[in-house]
Design a protein around this ligand. Structure first.
Ligand code: NDP
Length: 318
C-alpha cells in the first residue's frame, strides 16, 4: 500500500535516549508520534556494555537492554516505531515533509530531531575488536571500570584534556597520546592536564595498534613520529577522544548549525530556526553528551512540540 499521503502530528527522527524520551512524552500527550529509528536502532548506547550512571538502575544495566526498556516504554503509550532512515527533509513549508528510505514521503505538523552524534574512531581493527572490552569513546561512561588501573587516551582537544583529567582522578596512570607536538585544547585545559601528576603526555605519538589477550586490552602500540621508535605501553583501558560528528547532513541548508555541524537551538529550549522543528540530544549538544542529559532534552522537545501545536490550535489574540 502506498503511504504517500501519510500525515502525522509528531514525527521523531532517531531512537536514542533523546528520541525515546520525546516519544514517551509526546505519546502521553496524545500527539500520536511516529518514530523512525535510523539504521542503528537504540543509538550509541547499543555499542556500550554496562551503563552505571543512568538514574533508576541501582545495579547498572547493559546499554542495549536499557534501550530496549526505553523502546518498550515508548510503545506502551502508543508510539508508532518503525525501522528505517530519513533520507531527506523539506522544512520550507508546512506541513513539513520527511522522506523515508528515499521513497516514502510523510508530512508532519512537528518534527523532533534526535539523530545524535557519532564518535570518531581511529579506524584500527583492534579498536573495534576490543570496543566494550577495554576500548571506549566515553571516559565519563566507562572510566569507573578502570579504577586504580593504567589507561591511555588519544586526542588533544578539549574533550581529550577534560577526559584525561577525569580519568586521572580514578586511574593510577593516564597516558595521553598527542599526535602533534602541541595540543589543540584551550590553554586552561592544557594547564590542568600538565599540572596533574599522574597524566603522562606523549607528544608526536600515533597509535598503531591496541593489543590484547583476546578478551581484554593489555597494551597499546605507539609510534613516535619524530624518532620513528615504536613502544608498547601497558594499559588496561584505551579511550578515544578525537571528536564527534553530529548526524546532521540531511539538514544542511535548512537548519542553522555551528561550524562543526551541531544544530543550533534557542537557548533554554529545543526550538530550531524553523517553526515546528525541534532538536534534542547529542545532535545539538557537544558538551554534555550523556544519556541522561539527552533524555532530559528529549522531554523538553516533546513539551515544546506540544505547546507549539496547542498555540496553533488556540492562538492568543491581543
Ligand atoms: P576537536 O575536534 O577539538 O579535537 C580533536 C582532537 O583529536 C584534535 O586534537 C586532533 O588532533 C585529535 N585527532 C583527530 N584525529 C586523530 C587521530 N586519528 N589520531 C590522533 N589524534 C587525532 O574535538 P573535541 O571533541 O576535543 O572538541 C569538540 C568541540 O567541543 C571543541 O570546540 C571543543 O572546544 C568543545 N569542547 C569544550 C569543552 C569545554 O569547554 N569544557 C569540553 C569538550 C569539548 P590535531 O590537533 O592534531 O588535529
Amino acid at each position: 500500500m502506498s503511504q504517500e499521503n501519510e500525515h502525522v502530528q509528531c514525527f521523531i527522527i532517531g531512537s536514542g535516549p533523546a528520541g525515546y524520551t520525546a516519544a514517551i512524552y509526546a505519546a502521553r500527550a496524545d500527539l500520536k508520534p511516529l518514530m523512525y529509528t535510523g539504521m542503528q536502532a537504540g543509538g550509541q548506547l547499543t555499542n556500550t556494555t554496562d551503563v552505571e550512571n543512568f538514574p533508576g538502575y541501582p545495579q547498572g544495566i547493559m546499554g542495549p537492554e536499557m534501550m530496549e526498556d526505553f523502546r518498550k516504554q515508548a510503545e506502551r503509550f502508543g508510539t508508532d516505531i518503525r525501522f528505517g532512515y530519513v533520507s531527506s527533509v523539506d522544512f520550507s513549508a508546512t506541513p513539513h515533509k520527511i522522506v523515508v528510505d528515499e521513497v516514502k514521503t510523510i508530512t508532519a505538523d512537528t518534527v523532533i530531531i534526535a539523530t545524535g552524534a557519532t564518535a570518531k574512531w581511529l579506524g584500527l581493527p583492534s579498536e573495534q575488536q576490543y570496543n566494550g572490552f577495554g576500548v571506549s569513546a566515553c571516559a565519563v561512561c566507562d572510566g569507573f571500570f578502570f579504577k586504580g588501573q593504567d589507561v591511555a587516551i588519544v586526542g588533544a582537544g578539549d574533550t581529550a584534556a577534560e577526559e584525561a583529567t577525569y580519568l586521572a582522578k580514578l586511574c593510577k596512570t593516564v597516558h595521553l597520546l598527542v599526535r602533534r607536538d602541541e595540543f589543540r585544547a584551550s590553554k586552561t585545559m592544557v594547564a590542568r592536564v600538565l599540572s596533574t601528576p599522574n597524566i603522562i603526555v606523549h607528544y608526536n605519538t600515533e597509535t598503531k595498534e591496541i593489543l590484547g589477550n583476546g578478551k581484554n586490552v593489555t597494551a597499546v602500540k605507539v609510534l613516535n613520529n619524530v624518532t620513528n621508535v615504536e613502544t608498547d605501553i601497558a594499559v588496561e583501558g584505551f579511550f578515544v577522544a578525537i571528536g564527534h560528528k553530529p548526524n546532521t547532513d540531511i539538514f544542511n541548508g535548512q537548519l542553522n548549525m555551528d561550524e562543526t555541524g551541531y544544530l543550533l537551538t534557542k537557548p533554554g529550549s529545543t526550538l530550531t530556526n524553523i517553526e515546528g522543528v525541534f532538536a534534542c540530544g547529542d545532535v545539538q549538544d557537544m558538551y554534555y553528551r550523556q544519556a541522561v542529559t539527552a533524555a532530559g532534552s528529549g522531554c523538553m522537545a516533546a513539551l515544546d512540540a506540544e505547546r507549539y501545536l496547542a498555540a496553533k490550535e488556540h492562538p492568543v489574540t491581543a
